[in-house]
Design a protein around this ligand. Sequence first.
Ligand code: UDP
Ligand code: MG
Length: 315
Amino acid sequence: MNDVLLSIVVPAHNEAQGLDLFFGRVIPILETITRDWEIICIDDGSRDDTLNVLLHYRQADTRVKVLRLSRNFGKEAALSAGLFHASGKAVIPIDADLQDPPELIPAMMEKWQEGYKVVLATRRSRPGDSWLKRKSAHWFYRLINRVATIPIPENTGDFRLMDAMVIDHIRRFPERTRFMKGLFAWVGFSTCVLTFDREERAAGNTTWNYWKLWKFALDGIFSFTTMPLHVWSYIGGFVSASAFAYGSYLIGRTIFLGTDVPGYASLMVVVLFLGGIQLLSLGIIGEYVGRIYRETKQRPLFIVEQKWGFQDTHH
Ligand code: UDP
Ligand code: MG
């Protein structure tokens, strides 16, 4: 029943301008590999003409399938929706803006046929991104790879080939906070790495801004390591030890030298320092509690408003 060899999963949010270029470049490449491909496009609550353009391509070729989410759920959720619906023996998520070169797909398929379950595409350069974005990405990976127990490959986006078996495991993850790169790395399997030069966006604009990226980075850190929680035991221990030492010194001084009133400065420093540390640690605990709260609500990851090209055996 399942004869799809290769599923391409494309989350698209306000990408109407770039989709012609996208299909124009991707479909010929897929045709050189197999006729049994499908392209699953997820319209992630676009406010422009994205849906109509997608449906136009679906009319021309029914192997183009379309999911429409009921609102903008964000790239991670859109990607999840696509992965849930992918039926290929190999699955490749790719950005609609052609920043991930589809020319790499045949090489990925070759590696997959050699037996690798995951083929990563690592970017050698990211010319479309600003200096700040490159730097912040670099620091993020350094940080997360130092504290998290599983390494998350730097310079590797969601563009990668995964065997159906890998996707099957990812589908079964119950968690709501979906830091896909982390989940992809977490499942493991035999992995091979290809490198490419990242291109600039073909059309349109990125809808990420630094605030979104910051929240995304926090999701990555807080859902892949509990290190920020543990670190307070050490900081607490250190602060208590210092407080004890300072307290002993103060008691000794009072006993031997008698009382003196001044002490405003040291008192203030200690109070402010402790206050600051407590707020910070509460904040960190809050980050986890908030995420636990979100997980316990068990809300669906995304809501599909309408589907084109899927039998209802899927959900
Ligand atoms: N995207 C999405 N939902 C969003 C934001 C982005 O589906 O809320 C899609 C977007 O259409 C593109 C991909 O995710 O196909 C990557 O987005 P973008 O190019 O803006 O991010 P960047 O390349 O800067 O990481
Ligand atoms: Mg992009």
